[in-house]
Design a protein around this ligand. Structure first.
Ligand code: HEC
Length: 174
């Protein structure tokens, strides 16, 4: 090995190896980041605390998207903040469970129908800093199919009006 080759062995090889490592690490962490940034499906939310319900009738301005009967649920972390009136800490999850409605056979009662969509807000200030710390997602019907590609336009733009309540509309009632 002459001087040039020895030089190359020291310089070029480590550069190739380290570049390989760097690009590997970069693509790994990119994959991890985008995975972490996905709002999780709120498994078991029907065991959480029911906060409130509301029916949006066909004449409501948002009926096309939110028409039907919805129930709002909060996990334990979110519920504590909601009751105390403080900002929501990381780990808070809120669910907006939207169902169709129909009338019973005697036409004397409004009853729950199929699930239309499940809207979720999950708090992690380090992940979703451009939407007030909240990750927003909609799951279609009973599925895990994600419908939201631009949470700022589809969700946060409207929730922003509630900045004073950490972007949450619902309030806890006894
Ligand atoms: C046009 C305004 C508007 C848009 C757009 C909107 N929301 Fe909401 N959202 C509301 C209102 C109003 C409530 C309170 C409903 C109630 O009081 O029962 C609410 C409630 C919620 C709740 C329960 C917690 C809370 O703030 O009360 C979640 C979860 C939620 N929305 C998620 C979403 C997601 C996800 C999107 C985007 C797909 C979205 N919202 C888009 C107006 C909006």
């Amino acid at each position: 090995m002459n001087i040039t080759n020895a030089y190359l062995a020291f310089i070029v090889v480590p550069v190739v190896i380290s570049t390989g490592i760097i690009s590997f690490t970069a693509s790994e962490s990119l994959a991890e980041t985008s995975k972490e940034q996905e709002v999780e499906y709120p498994e078991g939310y029907r065991d959480w605390t029911h906060v409130k319900s509301m029916i949006l009738l066909p004449d409501h301005p948002f009926a096309e998207t939110f028409g039907g009967l919805h129930h709002v649920y909060a996990n334990e972390t979110a519920l504590r903040a909601m009751k105390a009136g403080t900002d929501y800490p990381d780990g808070s999850v809120l669910v907006f469970d939207l169902l169709e409605t129909s009338t019973d056979e005697q036409a004397t009662a409004t009853v729950e129908g199929h699930r239309i969509r499940l809207d979720v807000m999950q708090k992690d200030a380090s992940l979703w800093f451009d939407t007030g710390g909240w990750g927003y997602e909609t799951f279609q019907g009973d599925s895990r199919v994600r419908l939201i590609s631009d949470p700022n336009a589809s969700c946060h733009g409207c929730h922003k009006t509630r900045e004073g309540a950490d972007y949450v509309f619902s309030e806890y009632r006894d």
